[in-house]
Each structure stands twice: as structure tokens, then as C-alpha cells.
Write a protein that binds this ligand. Structure first.
Ligand code: SF4
Length: 392
């Protein structure tokens, strides 16, 4: 295990991509991506979470600490925002597993199961085994804020669950697995701590019918399929043949709109496809923007683009408060404002309070992806009244 690269080319974190797009593994081979600042922040948050769980500390105790995130990115100093986020994860783990001890609680547990597949390895943030309840819990901390991660059928969580069950030889002792996602900084309708349960039988079926065949295929196949999973694919900026095909298709559709005179004349199927292609184009556009930024920063010329100051809001200098108080008194302060339902949830008995007083205002309808976990709204005009026989 020590001789293996840190991240498996077929690791759990990329399973959301290489299961639908097996060719992405070959196409990404050899692409060196600089670790982004966001990834380094995520690594740092994981290190803080790991040490807090191992040493029974709270995250605030790390505020101000400088953490080596094992990359070329400069060390990151833990601030209050990171400590608050990690604490949500710690609270979730600790309250779900009050009986954790050294024999049933695993922090950053590594596994390697070459008997399943030579690249079947990884590291689970937290695994908790309850032999009495015949249950395994797998926790995954997501520090990101931009991409909201769904827990239901989350391939990374399912991959790690299989790895831990195999590593600890627990397949016959466990009946169900609960996968937890802790994403404290990203808004989700179900809150920052989300969980999903799967029976061990269903998980074993997924392992043998979906995951292992996908791992075999990803090593040899050039088949590609674009989608949301392109967002972090190293090949997205490397003339991926699928993306080139998508752009050709997009061009044809734009020409068709031009001929018909309006996008409103496309069929429903065409509108859906057009929106999928636009999503892919946005992902490629983001990769191109990143490249342009790096080249402009290095003094190169990109036609039609230049470096400009990023927008920012005015802030007060550190010693302003006393001067503002002296000058404006209490008028220098904003009114005390009620916390949001999510913030009240974090307080003792907060959830009981919000269950009674919080509600979601109806903001009307919007277009979502078919894969969204939010249920589709039926807009067919069914009468609310039953027809009454013999009456007009
Ligand atoms: S960019 Fe998208 S379509 Fe191309 S290889 Fe990567 S995941 Fe597949």
C-alpha cells in the first residue's frame, strides 16, 4: 500500500466521472493539474477534522494554526470560517456515534483490495462499525461550497463502504450501511448533514454489477460521455473528443435556431439537449478562463482579454470601530437581526424551534435537471372537482 500513488486512478472520488465516462481515465492520464486553492482548503479542513477526532479537540482550538496541506500550495492558516465548518462535521460524527472507541471507530482508514481490483484503494474520512445493530456508517466531509453533493447513491460513499467492508471482512456481519455527507458551507434543502441508507445486499450487487465492471472498462475503453461530471475532469481542457463532438452538435443546433428564427420553435427534446450542451460549454468555458488567467498573469497576450482588478466591496480599516462609535454613536451599528433558520438549527433545541416556526416560502417554479433530487412538479391541468353525473 505504501508503494501506491496517493490517489488511485480509479479512486472513489473520481467514480462519479469514470463510471459514466470510462474514456476519461485514459484521456486524463499524464495531465498535470495544479492543486487549486479550493482543493488545498479542502485538504486543510480534512486535516483539522482528522486531528480533532483523534485528539478529542474542537475545531476552534486550531484557529490561527498553520497547516501543511501536502501540496505545492502554500500552507493555510485555519480561520474561523474553516473552524466553524469543521465543527459542524465533528458535531455530526460525535452525536451520531457517542459510543465510539478505538475498536469500532476508524479515522482516515486506508484500504486496498487488489483481490477486487488492483486500483481499488482509498481512504475513508470516518467509518463506524456497530456490530450489535449490524450497521456500518461512512462519513465524508465536503468543504466545497460551489458544487452541492447529493448523498443518495453517492458513488464515492458506496465505493468507500465496499472498501471498508472488504478490508475489515465485515460483509457477513453487517446488514446495512449509512452514508453521511457533511457539507457545512454549501446550502442544501436537507441541511449540511445528509445521510442515506443502503442494504449490504444492494451494495454488494452494485459492487459486482456496476463498480467492478466500470473499473475494468475504464482501464481499456475510449468511450466518452459528457455531462456534469466533466467539471473536474483533467481532460476537459485537452481537446476531449466528446467535447469537440458536443460543440459540433451545439453549432448545428444554433444554425437550426437561426433558420427557424427562434429557439421557441425547437422540439422539447431539442430544448433539453440544447441545455445539456450549454452546461458542457460552460464547464469548458470555465477551464478556458482558468488557462487565460494563468497566461495573462505570466505576461502573455490573449486577444480580447486583459487582467483587471476583481470586484470587491469597501471594508473598514481595523481601527475604525472606535472612531465610528465616537462619531455616530449607536447609529454606527446595524439593528440586531434574527438569525436564519439554519443558524437557529445549530443552537441547543434550535431544531425543535425551527420545526414550529420556520417555513419555506413558495417562490414559484424553476427549471431543474432531471437528476435533481427535488420532486418534479406536475403542471397538467387536472380538475380539482369530480364531475357530477346528471348535473350541468
Ligand atoms: S471532459 Fe467529459 S467527456 Fe471528456 S473525457 Fe472528461 S468526463 Fe469524459
Amino acid at each position: 500500500m505504501n508503494n501506491l500513488p496517493q490517489h488511485s486512478p480509479l479512486g472513489g472520488s473520481g467514480a462519479y466521472r469514470w463510471i459514466p465516462c470510462p474514456g476519461s481515465v485514459t484521456l486524463s492520464h499524464g495531465v498535470e493539474e495544479d492543486e487549486s486553492e479550493y482543493a488545498a482548503l479542502g485538504t486543510t479542513a480534512h486535516i483539522v477534522g482528522e486531528h480533532c477526532l483523534k485528539k478529542d479537540l474542537d475545531a476552534w482550538e486550531w484557529i490561527g494554526g498553520l497547516i501543511d496541506n501536502y501540496s505545492d500550495t502554500p500552507d493555510i492558516r485555519v480561520n474561523k470560517e474553516m473552524a466553524d465548518a469543521v465543527q459542524v462535521y465533528l458535531n455530526g460524527v460525535r452525536s451520531a456515534h457517542p459510543n465510539r472507541n478505538q475498536s469500532n471507530f476508524f479515522i482516515e482508514k486506508r484500504f486496498h483490495r487488489p483481490d477486487l481490483h488492483k486500483y481499488f484503494y482509498g481512504q475513508s474520512d470516518v467509518a463506524y462499525v456497530d456490530m450489535e445493530a449490524r450497521q456500518l456508517d461512512i462519513w465524508d466531509l465536503k468543504y466545497g461550497v460551489g458544487i452541492i453533493v447529493e448523498v443518495a447513491r453517492n458513488p464515492q460513499g458506496m465505493y468507500y463502504a465496499c472498501g471498508i467492508l472488504e478490508e475489515l471482512d465485515l460483509w457477513d456481519d453487517i446488514d446495512k450501511v449509512v452514508i453521511h455527507i457533511a457539507q457545512p458551507r454549501g446550502f442544501h434543502f436537507d441541511g449540511p448533514l445528509r445521510e442515506w441508507e443502503i442494504s449490504v445486499d444492494d451494495l454488494a450487487e452494485w459492487l459486482h454489477d456496476t463498480l467492478l465492471p466500470a473499473m475494468d472498462k475504464a482501464l481499456v475503453s475510449c468511450d466518452t460521455q459528457s455531462g456534469e461530471h466533466c467539471r473536474f475532469c483533467p481532460a476537459r481542457g485537452r481537446a476531449c473528443p466528446q467535447i469537440l463532438k458536443d460543440f459540433d452538435e451545439l453549432e448545428i443546433m444554433i444554425n437550426e435556431i437561426d433558420e427557424k428564427g427562434s429557439a421557441a420553435k425547437l422540439t422539447n427534446a431539442q430544448v433539453g439537449r440544447f441545455m445539456d450542451l450549454l452546461d458542457v460549454a460552460k464547464i469548458v468555458g470555465a477551464a478556458a478562463t482558468k488557462t487565460a488567467f494563468a497566461r495573462l498573469s505570466a505576461g502573455k497576450k490573449i486577444p480580447g482579454r486583459k487582467l483587471i482588478k476583481a470586484r470587491s466591496n469597501r471594508e473598514f480599516k481595523p481601527d475604525t470601530e472606535d472612531a465610528a462609535k465616537a462619531k455616530f454613536g449607536n447609529r454606527a451599528y446595524t439593528e440586531i437581526k434574527l438569525k436564519s433558520p439554519a443558524q437557529i438549527d445549530e443552537m441547543p433545541e434550535g431544531k425543535t424551534f425551527t420545526a414550529r416556526y420556520a417555513f419555506k416560502p413558495d417562490k414559484g417554479l424553476t427549471v431543474g435537471k432531471a437528476s435533481s433530487t427535488r420532486p418534479a412538479v406536475d403542471t397538467s391541468n387536472k380538475s380539482l372537482f369530480k364531475p357530477q353525473k346528471g348535473k350541468k
